[in-house]
Design a protein around this ligand. Structure first.
Ligand code: NAP
Length: 295
């Protein structure tokens, strides 16, 4: 069997097009466009690339982008003050503080300072708690993007066995909550899991969110499973540019799975599309409007 490649780029483009149409309608009804504030502290090149793409996508959707680039010597007090100011700014519907933060800043304190209604990353404990208890919330973008691809691929996930490898607050835990919400039978695996290959072999759905290049081998995959690869790892190459790979050995797994996301071009583009979606939804809720339909 050669697995179908799940095209995250195409799915993300469709979501962003739909967001742009809703933005025009929001502007017509409220007289303003939704606004997303991004905060980048320091010079980490990968973070700078991510934030630039987010700002570009915001503008392309017709929303307003407020970019705050701060030096890596920024104090925690200064960053907390900026977040407090953004919380109070009526033009700002979403606040995204790019992680990781420099050592002198406690990321948890920063996340807890963001107004939950503007927490478009969905990392605030109030949003995490609302997701866990099945209440409407702002859902972390990467797992939400994975769920979108799974629904598109499989329709109902009810009763399916899902294994999530990784238990971070950003990907693994919210992913497991979302799958549970879809009535999948969910196992969360991590670095202390015994006999991980045997655990993964049970799964109809495998979500790999580990950060270890090509760790999940082809013979870990149950024939016909759907594999979502969240990992982004750069392997060295002779020309020095490096090569991006996921957490799954793509060629091997493609021989066994029914469908699989590539890296790049799978989950990555979905993350930004869901950030646009979350900003639009946050703007609607803050304006007292119903959530936009179809997103
Ligand atoms: P993280 O915070 O480092 O968490 C990694 C998880 O993997 C931890 O729960 C860890 O277990 C588990 N793990 C580590 N080694 C393992 C092993 N040998 N066997 C089983 N589990 C193991 O990483 P993250 O933020 O969740 O990100 C995971 C990956 O996704 C990274 O490659 C990251 O770059 C990528 N990512 C991609 C996107 C995107 O947009 N595509 C977004 C976010 C993240 P313990 O808890 O026991 O340590």
């Amino acid at each position: 069997m050669t697995a179908k490649r799940i095209d995250g780029k195409a799915a993300a483009a469709a979501i962003r097009e739909s967001v742009a149409a809703h933005v025009a309608e929001f502007q017509r009804r409220t007289g303003r466009a939704p606004g997303l504030a991004t905060v980048l502290v320091g010079e980490d090149p990968a973070s700078a690339v991510y934030v630039r793409s987010k700002n570009r996508a915001t503008a392309e959707s017709g929303m307003v982008s407020f970019a705050h680039n701060l030096p890596d010597t920024t104090t925690e007090a200064d960053l907390l003050q900026l977040v407090t100011d953004l919380n109070a700014d009526s033009q700002v519907d979403g606040i995204l503080v790019q992680l990781p933060l420099p050592r002198q800043i406690n990321a948890t304190r920063v996340i807890e300072t963001i107004e939950p209604a503007k927490d478009v990353d969905g990392f605030h404990p109030i949003n995490a708690g609302r997701l866990a208890t099945g209440l409407p919330s702002l859902v972390p973008c990467t797992p939400f993007g994975c769920l979108y691809l799974l629904r598109q691929e499989l329709g109902s996930l009810s009763g399916l066995d899902a294994v999530v490898i990784g238990r971070s607050n950003i990907v693994g835990k919210p992913m497991a909550q979302l799958l549970l919400g879809e009535s999948a039978t969910v196992t969360i695996a991590h670095s202390r899991t015994r006999d991980l290959p045997a655990v993964v072999r049970r799964a109809d759905i495998v979500i790999a969110a580990v950060g270890r290049a090509e760790m999940v081998c082809g013979d870990w995959i149950k024939p016909g499973a759907t594999v979502i690869d969240v990992g982004i790892n750069r392997l060295p190459t002779d020309d020095g540019k490096g090569r991006l790979v996921g957490d799954v050995a793509f060629d091997e797994a493609s021989q066994v799975a029914a469908a699989i996301t590539p890296v790049p071009g799978g989950v990555g583009p979905m993350t930004i599309a869901m950030l646009m979606r979350n900003t639009l939804v946050a703007a609607h809720r803050r304006a007292g409007l119903e959530d936009p339909e179809g997103l």
